[in-house]
Design a protein around this ligand. Structure first.
Ligand SMILES: C[S@@+](CC[C@H](N)C(=O)[O-])C[C@H]1O[C@@H](n2cnc3c(N)ncnc32)[C@H](O)[C@@H]1O
Length: 281
C-alpha cells in the first residue's frame, strides 16, 4: 500500500511523496508513522484500504495534508484543523518564542492576553499554556474558525475565552470592559490579492480566503490598525507582537517607530525573513 500510495502521489507531482504516503497510510490505519513500520507485515482490512484510497485521492487534489489527517503540530502540541481554519505555520511559533522570552515567568499569573484573528486557536491556546496563569481572549470573525479554536482550547484545557467579531472593534471593546492588555498577538491576513497565483494550490484552493488576503489589498491594514489602537488597548510597558509578510518589515517598522512606542523592532524568523513586529508601549 505504501508503494502504491507513493507512486500515486509522485504522479500527482507532490514533492515529498514518500513522507506524505507514510503519513496518509498511517492515518488510514490509525497508527503513527512508527506504528506503521511495526505492522508492515500485518494484513490490511478492506475498510482501511478504502480510507487510505480516500485520503490519497483528496491529497491528489492538493487538499492540505493537515485537513486530511485532521491535525497539525504547533509548538509541540497537536491542534485539530480542517476547512475553515488556517493550518498553523511553523514561522508563527516565533510569536510564542518572543512572548516567552520577553515576559518574565514570575509575571505571567493573571496576565491579560489578546489574540486577534485566532483561527485554529494555536496562538491563544499555546500562550495560555506557556504563560502560566495568563488569561487569554481570542477574537475571530469566522464562526468556523472559532469552532476549531473552541475544540482546541477544550482538548488542551486552556483558559481561553472566544469572541466573534471584527478584530479591531472587538479588541477595543474587550479592553474597555476588562482593562488594557499586557500582551496582544496577531497573525493577521497579509497576502496581497495580486500574490494569489504565487500561492500553492493547497493554500489557494483550500484555505479560507478570509484568513489569507489583506483587506482592501492593503497588506499593512492590520499592523497599522493594531499600532494605532495601542494607546487604547495595551498597558504602558505592554507588548504587541504581529506577524508580517516578507515585504512588510521596513514599512511597518517605520509606522511603529513613528507611533510614540517605547521600542519597536522587526524580528527575523529562522529562515532570515523579517517576520514579527515586536512593539513595547
Ligand atoms: C492568518 S489567519 C491566522 C490564524 C491563527 N492565528 C494562526 O496563526 O494560525 C487570520 C485569521 O484572522 C481572521 N480574520 C480575518 N479577518 C478578520 C476580521 N475582520 N476580524 C476578525 N478576524 C478576522 C481569519 O478568520 C483567520 O482565522
Amino acid at each position: 500500500m505504501l508503494a502504491l500510495a507513493r507512486g500515486f502521489l509522485e504522479r500527482k507531482g507532490l514533492g515529498e511523496a514518500r513522507l506524505e504516503a507514510e503519513l496518509l497510510v498511517a492515518h488510514a490505519l490509525q497508527v503513527d508513522r512508527l506504528g506503521l513500520f511495526m505492522r508492515l507485515d500485518a494484513p490490511i482490512q478492506g475498510a482501511e484500504v478504502d480510507l487510505a484510497r480516500d485520503c490519497l485521492v483528496r491529497r491528489g487534489r492538493r487538499e492540505p495534508t493537515a485537513y486530511i489527517v485532521g491535525q497539525r503540530e504547533f509548538f509541540g502540541r497537536d491542534f485539530a484543523v480542517g476547512p475553515g481554519a488556517l493550518v498553523p505555520r511553523p514561522e508563527t511559533e516565533l510569536i510564542v518564542d518572543l512572548a516567552r522570552e520577553r515576559i518574565p515567568a514570575a509575571k505571567t499569573a493573571g496576565l491579560r492576553v489578546a489574540d486577534v484573528g485566532t483561527g485554529s486557536g494555536c496562538l491563544a491556546v499555546t500562550l495560555a499554556l506557556e504563560l502560566e496563569g495568563a488569561v487569554v481572549d481570542a477574537i475571530d470573525l469566522s464562526e468556523e474558525a472559532l469552532a476549531w479554536a473552541s475544540r482546541n482550547a477544550e482538548s488542551h484545557d486552556a483558559s481561553v475565552s472566544l469572541h466573534r467579531g471584527e478584530g479591531l472593534e472587538k479588541l477595543e471593546e474587550l479592553a474597555g470592559v476588562g482593562g488594557p492588555f499586557d500582551l496582544i498577538v496577531s497573525n493577521p491576513p497579509y497576502v496581497e490579492p495580486t500574490e494569489r497565483e504565487l500561492l500553492s494550490p493547497e493554500v489557494r484552493e483550500h484555505e479560507p480566503p478570509l484568513a489569507l488576503y489583506a483587506p482592501s489589498a492593503d497588506p499593512d491594514f492590520w499592523a497599522r490598525g493594531l499600532i494605532e489602537l495601542v494607546p487604547r488597548v495595551l498597558k504602558p510597558g505592554g507588548l504587541l507582537l504581529v506577524e508580517l509578510g516578507h515585504l512588510q518589515g521596513q514599512r511597518v517598522h517605520q509606522l511603529a517607530e513613528g507611533s510614540g512606542a517605547r521600542s519597536a523592532e522587526i524580528v527575523d524568523d529562522l529562515a532570515g525573513v523579517p517576520r514579527v513586529l515586536a512593539l513595547v508601549r
